[in-house]
Design a protein around this ligand. Structure first.
Ligand code: PAP
Length: 349
């Protein structure tokens, strides 16, 4: 589709209503919930949401009512297979990128990077690697996943502790991508302001920052999300591969090799000599994906526009937004919460 025909889609504006029990609630969100889930939500601690009136503390992490319903369904019904691959992240840490890279590695025999039919050229990575909580188990669905081609690739923002038990007990593999909290915060704040209902005013940076430092952000606290997967990766490195966005940016080729080895499909010498690893890196690069028509005009997760998933794709953009006192505050939170876990970020180098 030529750029000129790319139409701007209007955002869905939810109706907000006053409910005497829980204050201002997104009516649409309530309407789509089962009675069981509504009852549960009303019993959970809540805080101001980033793009909904409230977010709720469920199993130790913050999320929205619809996400809670989907996660409960995922926890009840999903059955992992040993060959499954789960891509886990906290939002805005490199989810779209790792989905593209893993899909390209796993399907490189079916679709060469030079193929005009490569699915990444016409589909957003989120449509090729579905989320448990936004797609497969959303809206009270119980999907039939038995016929998906092997290995099945799934994405999730759910913290390690809340993953479906069979994911933890089977031999399926988990890849976790972590991004430094400074950039993750800025990326989240930008995104939220793009997808926030028009009926709500812009979300001020300072307000978002204070919530983020308290851990109140979707699927946060961020430190608990990271540490859950970090700990598991140190105890079971064959089960969880822990990667950092910044390292992947610095040396994508080495990380692609690491990924392929972990997935049990290492690149052969011939593939390397043919330049396949570099070609995959290029195909999945921010610059390439951002300019594809599907990513300029299409919609995927929650019906949000794909274009908002591609902003700058850079390391260190936080310096353009955070004041010295904010930097000090977030540095303290990181130091205190990550403690002597061994997980560190070199944000000031
Ligand atoms: P999600 O969790 O909602 O799916 P996610 O893909 O994790 O979002 O995060 C989007 C960020 O990744 C954006 O960062 P920014 O706001 O700092 O720019 C986006 O630009 C970046 N991103 C998207 N695709 C790529 C890519 N192929 N390579 C590197 N960064 C990317």
């Amino acid at each position: 589709m030529p750029l000129s025909t790319c139409t701007t889609t209007s955002m869905v504006i939810p109706h907000f209503t006053k409910n005497p029990k829980i204050g201002v609630v997104g009516k649409e969100e309530e309407e789509n919930l089962s009675n069981e889930c509504k009852g549960l939500i009303h019993s959970l601690p809540k805080e101001k949401g980033w793009r909904t009136p409230f977010i709720y503390l469920f199993q130790g992490f913050w999320c929205q009512p619809k996400e809670i319903q989907a996660i409960i369904s995922f926890q009840k019904h999903f059955q992992a297979r040993d060959s499954d691959v789960i891509l886990a992240t906290i939002p805005k840490s490199g989810t779209t990128w790792i989905k593209a890279l893993t899909f390209a590695i796993m399907n490189r025999k079916r679709f060469t990077t030079s193929s005009k039919n490569h699915p990444l050229l016409t589909s957003n990575p989120h449509d090729l690697v579905p989320f448990f909580e936004y797609k497969l188990y959303a809206n009270n669905q119980i999907p039939d996943l038995s016929n998906l081609p092997k290995p099945r690739l799934f994405g999730t923002h759910v913290p390690f502790a809340s993953l479906q038990e069979s994911i933890k007990s089977s031999s399926c593999r988990i890849i976790y991508v972590c991004r430094n909290p400074f950039d993750t915060f800025i990326s989240s704040w930008h995104y939220i302001n793009k997808v926030r209902p028009e009926s709500l005013p812009p979300f001020p940076l300072e307000e978002a920052f204070n919530l983020y430092c308290k851990g109140v952000v979707g699927f946060g606290p961020f430190w608990e999300h990271m540490l859950g997967y970090w700990k598991e990766s140190t105890e079971r490195p064959e089960k969880v591969l822990f990667m950092k966005y910044e390292d992947m940016k610095e040396d994508t080729v080495s990380h692609l090799k690491m990924l392929a080895n972990f997935l049990g499909v290492p690149f052969s010498i011939e593939e390397e000599e043919e330049g396949m690893i570099k070609d995959i890196a290029k195909l999945c690069s921010f610059e390439n994906l951002k300019d594809l028509e599907v990513n300029k005009c299409g919609k995927s997760i929650k019906n949000f526009e794909n274009k908002h998933l591609f902003r700058k794709g850079a390391v260190g953009d936080w310096v353009n937004y955070l004041s010295p006192s904010m930097v000090e505050q977030l540095s303290k939170v990181i130091e205190e919460k990550l403690g002597d876990s061994g997980l560190k970020f070199n944000v000031f180098s």
